[in-house]
Structures are given as structure tokens and as C-alpha cells.
Design a protein around this ligand. Sequence first.
Ligand code: ADP
Length: 470
Amino acid sequence: MKFSYKILLCTMITLAVAFGIGGYVFVNDVFKASLDRETGQAMDESSILRFAFETAALNIPSKYHMLQNSVIEEIGANLEKSGQVTGRLLRISDEERQVLYASEGFVEDTELLNHIQEKTRVYQILHPDEEHYYIQTGMRITTLDRVLYLETLRDVTPVYGERTRGFAVYRNLTLLILVLSSVFLFFIASWLTRPIRLLTQAARKMTAGDYSYRAEQISGDEMGQLTCDFNHMANALEENICKLQEEVRAREDFIAAFSHELKTPLTAVIGYADLLRTRKLDEEKHFLSANYIYTEGKRLEAMSLRLLDIIVTKRYSLDAQETKAELMFEYLRDMYGGHEEHPLVFQYDPGVIRAEVNLLKTVLLNLVDNACKASEEGSRVEILGEKREEGYWFAVKDYGVGIPPEEVRKITEAFYMVDKSRSRSHNGAGLGLALCAEILKLHESELVITSVLGEGSCFGFLIPYGEVKE
Ligand code: ADP
């Protein structure tokens, strides 16, 4: 069942129960008040009758100073006449509770008559048949040495009729209100549950693959907050899915590139090995073939070592130490001291950094190597160190071939080479920058690459300062 229908149903049930109980209490209360009023009037009437009876008995001359039964009947008949307008009936009984006089239509019931002894004034509600209701009163009259019992009967059927009518009116009114309010409540329930419908729609669209779909926020209440949170969750989900897709793509690219990088040297190695195996070659060709197998084998070895480095670095937990930044530059100066093809220009600030020295050296060596490979002979390579607000800035700048802007983003991916033949001729396999990126990730840093095609490139990164900032 729809949520809006549930709200509607619950409200309708609550309303029906509330109206039912309220109506019953109200009508019954009115009825009780009417019945009490009728009872009071019946009791008053019976008191007046007793008084009238006693007065009449005293005024009738009696031969034996005792009230004769015939006189009682006569008084009863007279009293009866006076009550004909109101429809009141009466019954008079003697000491033995034998009826002396009874109006026509007075009930046969003697239960109340038997109780009069105990109390002087009693009453009861009589319901002799399906339709009629009466208030029967009874009291004792003591006059002229006689003890008599006077009973009256007052018709209260209209009061009960009013109650039945009251219930019917209330029931019809309740039904009418429920029908009208159900229409009204239907629209309210639909309006209240609209945010839920919008959320469901958004969830379905997203399940169908439309991750950019967002639920419309139409209120500022809890439902609006829920929609807002749902949309935030959808944003995070979309981001993660994009990341996952990117990772899958990168992995597929990696496998494709890896197999390609393996295939080329292996084909050459197998070809030359087969040549050596099947033919008798002269000494020079024999040497060239064996040399090719050796160099390609070496390239494969270097590639597998680099890959191993990357995998190990990915799982490595950093053991950072405080060290002077100048030591890095001195190390590079020592390493490239005899380098005549590319004059290295050093320019750096002193400073204390927090890093794993060997890993940082690997990054710098790779960057300087790449810069040298990308530059013409004699072109200078600048190695810079600068103290910045965010950390110590290392940069390697060259004036070489540069990188096309659309390739800059990809060159840190494994096996990616801008110019494959050029890289391979330098024994590269597109793994150096991937390793640098992994090492910098360990230092919570990243490579910042700026490059202009044909003019040169600058590879820089930040390393956090040590505790003692020099
Ligand atoms: P490789 O082992 O091939 O040098 P890298 O990951 O170090 O692999 O570099 C990836 C590619 O990025 C290189 O093949 C090269 O084309 C390009 N590259 C790297 N550094 C530079 C640079 N300073 N100038 C121009 N191109 C560069």
C-alpha cells in the first residue's frame, strides 16, 4: 500500500474513532439530562398526586371513619381525569398490594410495588415492548388508618426516540465529514509525500545508471533535509564511481601497455636467438645478434625492477626523517659532476625538510635524467630549491622539447611515453614518473608540471618542513 494511502487510512480511522466516541458521549449526555429531567418531573408529579389524594380523602365524609375501597377507586378515577392531558397513568393498591384502581393501559408489572415498603419513594424505567419506555414511580400514602400504594406511569418514549435520532444524525454527519475530509486529506497526504516520490524517482534513475540525476528539494523541513543529504550522498557516490571507473581504465591501460612493452623486446630476443640457433653467422653478425639479445634483456630487467619499485612503493609506509635540503642538491652535484652534455645550474635556499632521503633522491635523479634526455646537448638544466609558505619547493627546469598540453596529465601514468622511439632510444619504458608520483604520494605531495612545447618544462613538488624550520 502506498505511503500516502497509509497516512490517509490512519487519519480516517483516527477521525472515525474520535467522532464515534465524541458523538456517543455527547448524545448520551444530552439523553441522560433529558431523562433526569423527566424523572424529576415524574417524581414531582407523584408527590402532587399523593397530596391531592390525601386532601380528597380528608374531604370525603366517611361513615366508618375509615377509607372505603370504593372511595379510593372514586378518588383514583377523579385524579386520573386530571392527568389525562399529560397522558399520565396511575395505580392505587391496598395494604395487601391488591390493586384497587388502575388506569387503563397501566402495566401489569408489580416489581416496583413490592419495593415501596422499604423506601417511601421509588422509581424505575420500564420497557414493556419494543417501542415504549415509561418512568414508573411508587410511594406510600398513609391516610385515615389506611396504608396505600400510589404508582404513576409517565411515557418517556420521545426521550428515547430523541436519543436514537441523535445517534442517527451524528452518524450521518460523521460519515459526511469523513467523506469530505478524505478528499481533502488525500491531497494533503499526496502533497506531504511528494518529496518521497521525488527521492524514489531519483534513486530509480541512479540505479538505471544516470548518476548525475539529483532529487529536487521542495521543502525546508526534515524531508527537505533528507533530500539534501540524499543529494550529497549521490555526489559522493558519483565521485567514487568516477574514481573507480578511472582506476579500472588505468588498470586496463596499464595491462595493455605492459604487454606491449614486453612484446617488442621479446619478439626481438626470440628472433635473434632463433637466428643464432638455426644459422651459422659470421663473427660480426653473431656479436650483433648476441648484443641485441643482451641489451633488450637488460631493458626488460630494468623495466621489471622499476615495476617492482612502483609496487613496493605503493605498499610502503614512509620512514621520514628530518634532513637539510642542501644535502639533496649536494648529492645531485656529486652525481652529475662530470656531466658535460648538460651544464647543471643549482640555485637553492637552505632549509630543513621532513622526508625519506633515499626516496627523495630517486625522484630528483629521475627528474634530472628526464630533463637531460629532453634537452639538446649543451642546453642547461636548472635545479632549484625555494622556501615557500606551504613547504620546501624542489624544481627541475629544462629548455628542451617540452610536452604537448594534452599529454601533461598522462605522463605520470605507467608506460606512458610522449615520444616512444625517443624514450626507448634512451632505454626508457615510461615508468620513471609513475614511480616519482608514488613516492611523492607517500610524502603527501604531488608533481606539478608546467611545460611549453618546444621551449622546455619544469617539474616541481613540495616537501613538508621539519620541526626546526631553519
Ligand atoms: P621514461 O623512463 O620513458 O623517461 P618517464 O616516466 O620518466 O619514463 O617519463 C615519461 C615520458 O614523459 C617520457 O617518455 C617523456 O616523453 C616525457 N618526459 C618526461 N620528462 C620530460 C621532460 N623534462 N621534457 C619532456 N618530456 C618529458
